[in-house]
Design a binder for this molecule. Structure first.
Ligand SMILES: *Cc1c(COP(=O)(O)O)cnc(C)c1O
Length: 423
């Protein structure tokens, strides 16, 4: 199946007389006839459902669709994108370990890696993702366990050079984890370019309608844990909480997701509600149609902004003049996504005047929605920071993040134009 067909039909193939739509298993638990049957499930000797905190059939069906779409081996849903990125790293990093992340990543992930995980004894070094491979190699330490980046960064809209990052990871016997939220598997499949593990905030384009917070982790199954066995004892040595089974030898390509489910989900419990998984699946059924339109609209808007003399700069990788245009063509030939960022001449004051003059476009924290929306980090998410502190965090004080929706592009442009005319 091609990706568009996978969006519609992946993951779920009902038999004769079974429901056409994925059923919502709104049940915490499953019934068994004998104690032995239940015991085998707890020993991971048999596979089956017993408690929704570990696994639920609705979630598994939707995870299977995402797995097919990303070209992975196994996948799981999580309660949020934050939970997905935390589990993805914490599944292979423990106290005393180190990992490397691009510094241009979503603010929530930046806090998670730089502040919260630091308190757990896991250290993250943030690097400029545009540095050459030889420079990046200098950040690798003996206890470095993975590399992390975003396909298209939120909010700065830069494109990750997968081949360089995959080389950096694999030269050092560690996996590359990529957050593919903005591109979605419709526009980019990081596993094809060497990523080992892919994460998503399904809250964004995958849901697409701002209805449910959720996340996902997809494992390619390609990373050989046993080849770097001393680095990943959690996968390659016996787990005492499962009678001493070893994930990598018992589950092979499924080791990583089995551990994340059987150990992290069991103990930390960030499960997605089956009802939300159902909504996400409805979103996935039209994802390929929506992404095409998001990109088409966004390019039109970006071209308009680029040619308006009140606009200081625009960053949208699909613009021919963009620094990342070549990388975009290489990794995302169909288009990047509907998100761009730009600055208005005159700084904070003019930006606020512009935003307050908008009529169709709304100011929301959300992004990647059917409705066009925007956010000015300096006035909203990062308002406690001075201009210098903002620049240090890699965010220009005048940066406005604009997420283009599915409306008529001319109406979006008209609204931007009348608001720019106010300043
Ligand atoms: C929103 C977002 C997240 C966090 O996801 P939630 O679902 O809000 O927890 C992670 N990564 C990226 C790129 C995001 O845009």
């Amino acid at each position: 199946m091609n990706i568009d067909t996978k969006c519609v039909q992946g993951g779920y193939r009902p038999g004769n007389g079974e429901p056409r739509q994925v059923p919502i298993y709104q049940s915490t638990t499953w019934k068994y006839a004998t104690s032995d049957e239940m015991g085998a499930l707890f020993d991971l000797e048999a596979s089956g459902y017993f408690y929704t905190r570990l696994q639920n059939p609705t979630n598994d069906t939707v995870a299977a669709k995402l797995c097919e779409m990303e070209g992975g081996f196994a996948a799981m849903l999580t309660s949020s994108g934050q939970a997905a990125n935390f589990y993805a790293v914490f599944n292979i990093c423990e106290c005393g370990d180190h990992f490397i992340s691009s510094s241009s990543i979503y603010g929530g992930t930046y806090n998670l890696f730089g502040v919260t995980m630091k308190k757990m004894g896991i250290e993250c070094t943030f690097v400029d993702q545009d540095l050459p491979l030889e420079e990046l190699q200098k950040y690798i330490r003996p206890n470095t366990k993975c590399i992390f980046g975003e396909t298209i960064t939120n909010p700065t809209c830069t494109v990750l050079d997968f081949e360089k990052f995959a080389k950096l990871a694999h030269n050092n016997g560690i996996p590359l984890i990529v957050d593919n939220t903005f591109a979605t598997p419709v526009n980019c499949r990081p596993i094809e370019f060497g990523a080992d593990i892919v994460t998503h905030s399904t809250t964004k384009y995958i849901d697409g309608h701002a209805s449910s917070v959720g996340g996902a982790i997809i494992d390619s199954g390609n990373f050989d844990w046993m080849a770097s066995a001393e680095k990943f004892p959690g996968l390659t040595t016996p787990d005492e909480s499962y009678h001493g089974l070893t994930y990598a030898t018992k589950f092979g390509k499924g080791a990583y997701i089995t551990k994340a489910t059987a150990q992290l989900m069991r103990d930390l419990g960030s499960i997605q509600a089956p009802q939300n998984a159902y909504y996400i699946n409805i979103g996935l059924e039209s994802l390929h149609v929506r992404m095409e339109r998001h990109c088409r609209n966004a390019l039109k808007v970006a071209e308009f902004l680029e040619n308006n003399d009140k606009v200081a700069w625009v960053n949208y990788p699909d613009l021919k003049t963009n620094k990342y245009f070549e990388l975009k063509n290489k990794y995302l030939p169909k288009g990047s996504c509907g998100v761009m960022c730009f600055g208005i001449k005159g700084g904070r004051e003019q930006s606020i005047k512009f935003m307050d003059s908008l009529k169709l476009i709304s100011i929301v924290t959300h992004v990647a929605d059917a409705r066009t929306c925007l956010l000015h980090p300096a006035s909203h998410t990062h308002r406690q920071l001075t201009d210098d502190q903002l620049r240090e965090a890699g965010i220009a004080p005048d940066l406005i993040r604009l997420s283009i929706g599915l409306e008529d592009a001319d109406d979006i442009i008209e609204d931007i134009k009348q608001a720019l005319d106010q300043i």
